[in-house]
Each structure stands twice: as C-alpha cells, then as structure tokens.
Design a protein around this ligand. Sequence first.
Ligand SMILES: Cc1cc2nc3c(=O)[nH]c(=O)nc-3n(C[C@H](O)[C@H](O)[C@H](O)COP(=O)(O)OP(=O)(O)OC[C@H]3O[C@@H](n4cnc5c(N)ncnc54)[C@H](O)[C@@H]3O)c2cc1C
Length: 596
Amino acid sequence: MSKHDGTNDAGTPAYDEVDVSVLVVGAGAAGARTAIELAERGVDDVLVLGKRSHGDAHTTWARGGINGALGTRDPEDSWAIHAADTLNEGHFVNDPAKVETVTQQMPERLRELDEWGMDYSRTDDGEIDQRYFGAQSFRRTAFAGDHTGESMLDALIEKAQSLDVPYRENVMITKLVSDGESVYGAVGFDMDSGEFVLFNAGTVVLAAGGHAAIYNRHTSRDDENNGDGAALAYDAGAALMDMEFVQFHPTGMAVDEDDPEWAPWSGRLVTEAVRGEGGRLFNSDGERFMERYSPDQMELDARDVVARAIAKEVAEGRGTENGGVYLDISHRDEAFIRERLPRMYARFEELGVDMAEEPVEVAPTSHYGMGGVAVDDHGETAVDGLFAIGETMAGVHGANRLGGNSLAETVAYGVVAGERIAERVDGPGAVPARLVETLVESHVADLAATADSDGTYAVETVFEELQDLMWEHAGILRDEESLAAGLDALDRVREKASDMAVGPITSQSFEYAVDVGFMLTAAEAVLRGARERTESRGAHYRTDYTDTDETWRRNIYFERADLGGMTSRVEPVDSPSEVVQDALDEGHELDYHQLE
Ligand SMILES: Cc1cc2nc3c(=O)[nH]c(=O)nc-3n(C[C@H](O)[C@H](O)[C@H](O)COP(=O)(O)OP(=O)(O)OC[C@H]3O[C@@H](n4cnc5c(N)ncnc54)[C@H](O)[C@@H]3O)c2cc1C
C-alpha cells in the first residue's frame, strides 16, 4: 500500500493507494463465490471488500431456500424445467442464456456447498431436502431451516478462508475509475479510519447487492440494498436494465407503527417458506381469499399475484387493523413449525405471538429489484474489465423472480465470472494520469467537502423522503400520472440532496449521504422504466395499461448520456434453447392440492 499525501496545487486530500489485479466489491455469496473460483484457478492477487464487518453481508438474511433441480423429492424435475419455470415467472423478458447458465449449474453448486459444510435440512435418508416454493413445478428449493443464507455464507467464507482469500472489511466504494471504455479501479473510504483509498485494479467485480431498499417498506436492512452496485456501474458507463421490475413480496410484517416494540419490524420478511409449508391467507372476514384470485395455485401462486391480491383485499376494506391480511399456519403442530421455520417461530414468539396457535399479520413489501446492471453471458458489462454479478446484475429474473433463485444466481454467476476473469486477468491496472486528476482527485475532494458540510436538510430526512416517494409513485400499482409526478418529486429530492447537513466521514450520516446519491440513480431508472413500459407484466402493474402487450417482450436499458442525463434504448429478448422450449411446451405445473 502506498500513500498519496495530497501535495498538488488543488490541495487534494491525502489518499492511500492499493494495487490489486482483481477487486471484488461485495462480500456476500456472489463476491465470496467469485473469489473462491479465482483462488481455485490460481489467481491470488485478489481483494474482496465489503462495507460491513467480515461475514456480515445481506446474504445472511436470506431465509427460505436456494433452488436447484436435484430431484430429491421429485425425481422428474430437471434443470430445463427449472429454466422453464424461471422464464414463465419472469414473463419471458429474462435473458434465456443466463437462465440456462444458472439452472444448469445449480445441482453441482448445491452439492459443492454441501461438501463445504452448508448445514442443509435433510430427508430421513440424509439427502439434501427440498421444499415447495411459489410458482415452481416441483419441490426444488433446498434449505437450511429458515436460515439458508446464513448457513450458505458461513460455508462460503470458511472455504474462502481455507484458500487464503484476502478480505478487507468496512470499506465503502464511492466511485469506479473508468473512462467509459475500460475500468481501472475504484475509490472509496475506510469507514473506521476515515481514510480515502484508491484501489488500482484492472478488473473490478461489483457484487454489491440490489436496490430494494429505495422503498420505505422493504425487507432489506436500512443500510443495504440502496443501489450502490447499479449506480456505481451506471456512473462508470455501463447500462442498467429491467429497472422497472421490482418485486413486492406478499408477506412482509404488518404491524402497529405506533407500538415501539413492533414498529421496527414493519415490512420485514415473513418467509415464503411459511406458505411453502402450508400457510394459508385469510382476510378480516375469515375468507381464504386466494380461492377467488388463484383457485389452482392458491397461496403458492407467483409473488406478484399474491401481493396484488392482498393489496386489493386491503384496499377494498377486508384488511386487518394494521393494513394487512392474516397468514395462518396454526393447523401445523408446534414441533413441525419449530423444525421447519425456527427463526420465524422465534421472532414472533419474542413478540408474544405463537404461530402454532394464531395467525400473523402480513402485507406486501419491497423485496428485490429484478433489474440491475446489464452484463454479457460471463457477467461482464460493456465497460472492459467491469463485471457485475449476484443481485447487482440483471437478466436472470425478468419481470419477476422465483423465490430461491437469487441465492442460486449468486453462486452460479460467481463461478461464471471467476472462470472468465481467470482467463483474462493481467495484473493490477494503473490508473491513467489523465484520470488521476480529473476523476480520482476531484472525487476525493468532493467526498472531503461533503464531510461535515453544513447544509439545510438532514441526510435522514432526504433519504426517507426519497423512499416515501418511491412507495407512493412506483409501488405495486402504477400509472402515467403518478409516475410523472414521481419524477418531478425526485428532482426536488435531488435538489435537497445537494444541500444536506452531513456528519464526519466515519459517521452514519456520511454513509447515508453517499447512499442518497446511489439511490437517486436507481430510483430515476425505476421511475423512467416504469413510465416507459406501457403494459403490465409480472411485478410491473400499470392500472392504465392492465394487459400484457406482446410487442413489449423487450428489455429497457438506461445509459448515461454524454451530456449527462439518462437515455434509454429498448431491445428484443432472445429465444430459449430447444430443450427449454420443449419443457415450456410440456406445461409443467405444481398441483397445489398435493399440499393439502
Ligand atoms: C429478508 C430477505 C430474505 C431473502 N431470502 C431469500 C431466499 O430465501 N432465497 C433466495 O434465493 N434469495 C433470498 N433473498 C435474496 C438474497 O438474499 C439476495 O439476493 C442475495 O443474498 C444477494 O447476494 P449478493 O452476494 O448479490 O449481495 P449481498 O449479500 O447483499 O452482499 C453485498 C455486499 O456488497 C457490499 N457492498 C454494498 N455496497 C458496497 C459499497 N458501496 N462498497 C463496498 N461494499 C459494498 C456489502 O457490504 C456486502 O458485502 C432474500 C432477501 C431478503 C432481503
């Protein structure tokens, strides 16, 4: 590590320099799996970093499971049927090649996680067990109780440590060093010491999570999933894609917002596994209302269908006191619930609710952005050397995501990107002199000026205003008027964001100030995409265009225009391979009634 002591005429603040061949931004499942692949292929000049402490990535919050056609319970399952289910659920705007990459790999990825110590729930004869998840034809969701993500990340970290993968914690990346053609590294700051750092790296992998927390009701932690990866890539010259598709999970906790014990749980996930294990939804009239919306698949229909059904029940006055509906698994006995849903059971037990005796209240909540950074089949963006994988990338999920498919995507694309990088890596890149001054030093100076700035608006207020406007204008039900108003409101938030009162570099207010910048980019792309897509498809529902329009079987991309501002382009979607088309034509479907 070297130090640039800030002696130029402009008085640039000091920053450290770190040289590394591959910088992996993000230490969740996607980042960890990439690093393992690189290490196994002999690439050791790698640094994985995260903006939290070691082992603390959002992946740990994943609950219900991870998909792969192992066929433990249903031997007739296959990767091609998994791909067909994924395309069906994505309403055919997914990239079929990416879907096939993930689904073909998953049986092997699941077995390797088993070898690396993942604590899977097992069948009586010791096989990796698989459960039902919504809108899937067979039981293909492998799981570790309801703490699948934590168990998976533990196994990945242990494996990475056994391979001596270098890791740096509590570093936040704020800008990529790119001329729009190639990437040369990244700039950020050490959140403990407050020092600025330039990472010289010829290859940068963004595995920085998603953007679901740009909404006020969401299942993410408040300080994660703010669109860092999407905004960093967009700023570096890569395109964003499918940003209008945001998954609203049907079952977030619906709570009394005035009750200090319950309020922090508002919107938090009640895992789909509760419905997968037989949980039923009732409105305040005691009616099992999914019979009206989806008589065949009932509670296990696609997330968007169930979320809209709940929203409608509530809007039409059949909701609970706290604006939700009831989710009831009390027909299962306590031992079963404790075994299959231990964390859920414990969480509600602590709040004084026994799931084995009574229902819990749930309502839709923002859970996952299907869109993200546009990448090729290897996870590389159009900017040479810049990769985006895991929740940061787009293409696998299309207009809606199957539960269990995002953990699958993290490890599958970790391997794919790792393979590709190992073939082409050629040492640490040096940042070209012209970019040091125009980009690195000016950015470091901007960061320094933001710290301790004495503006008019509190960072938290601007942050929350942005989240509120996204829920109001780009939520479950959308229309032209509201989306246009949302874009105007976003302009006003942008103005306030340039006049914020920010704390020192090591404060949470400084981190949130950087996040607001990322969120503005992600939010603008969501609003613009939702406005441009004049149809309803999957999670994107327009009350003024309620039908799916076949001419819209296309993806919307957003790029930074040369003069600033977002420009969009629209491109058609490819066709699936013959084997997947055959699986689609066979029309596999879950027989819901076998769950009864
Ligand atoms: C409550 C909940 C439950 C879920 N359950 C499931 C499930 O059962 N099955 C399933 O398939 N999916 C589930 N998901 C989705 C799934 O957990 C995620 O899509 C997946 O874990 C993402 O992994 P990742 O490696 O891409 O990113 P993450 O695990 O989010 O990791 C992102 C990493 O990037 C770092 N980072 C971010 N920004 C920066 C920055 N600016 N600078 C430096 N570092 C940065 C973070 O510190 C972190 O290390 C769930 C999601 C939620 C919110």
